[in-house]
Ligand binder design. Sequence first.
Ligand SMILES: C[S@@+](CC[C@H](N)C(=O)[O-])C[C@H]1O[C@@H](n2cnc3c(N)ncnc32)[C@H](O)[C@@H]1O
Length: 265
Amino acid sequence: MTAEDRPLIDTTGAHPARRYNYLLGGKDHFQADRDSADDIEKVYPNVKTAAVENRRFMHYIVHRLATEAGVSQFIDIGVALPVAPNVHEIAQRIIPSARILYVDNDPLVMTHARALLTSTPEGVTAYAESDLCDPEQILDAARTLLDFARPIAVLLLAVLHFIPDDRHPERAVAALMDAMPSGSYLVLTHGTGDFMSTTQNAAFGAMPRNTHGNFAGRPRREIERFFKNLDMVSPGLIPTSDWPSAAPGRRPEECAAYAGIAVKS
Ligand SMILES: C[S@@+](CC[C@H](N)C(=O)[O-])C[C@H]1O[C@@H](n2cnc3c(N)ncnc32)[C@H](O)[C@@H]1O
């Protein structure tokens, strides 16, 4: 089959963004995505809770950045399929003129994003199909949209754990943050096996790579390095379950992720 003959939407295999949409209770997924999610759930029964809590943290932190810090410019890298409220809906409810650049390396995601993530008349939403590991391409798009004299929040939510060490994601994050104006923020969430049992980590690691989209959690010390040269904002890099966004009583193993925010001085 040539590239021209290939269907635009392949429903025969699991697709990471559609599977995440299923985990969140969205409606943009096919049987292969649900089967893949169900396989993950057998090994890690909290996977749907983890996805929902990751999203709740996004809601919380974007709201807090817009209300408390007055941030009106966001670069959301690894946007996935839209599930309301998305970043611009939260930010523009507080600051109608907020400008948001959505980035993903997946063409399917970008097609959905362009169709559904529409701005207020006062603000702007724009889209760049780009890989996080190509920071210059992202910065080129950002420079046409955002005002680099004012703070920008770079959101890397549940995306870095899809990028293996040999692609040097820390270099991409550093290049992005180096280009940001003073007062800008880096927000990230990152999957981890720190709160899973040895047996669970081994079972997860033994799954076929395409079942979980090449997900590779990192221990806390390896996630900390993404904040190099930035000042952590209290309470620091902590389990997603410990942020005020989490449902009361959530335990770290139910979210299997860390979340943190830092500011550039
Ligand atoms: C689990 S979703 C995260 C969605 C959203 N950020 C959230 O936290 O709700 C991960 C997204 O990252 C995208 N992604 C994975 N690797 C990427 C890369 N190297 N560059 C840009 N996007 C990437 C995937 O296509 C997918 O849409």
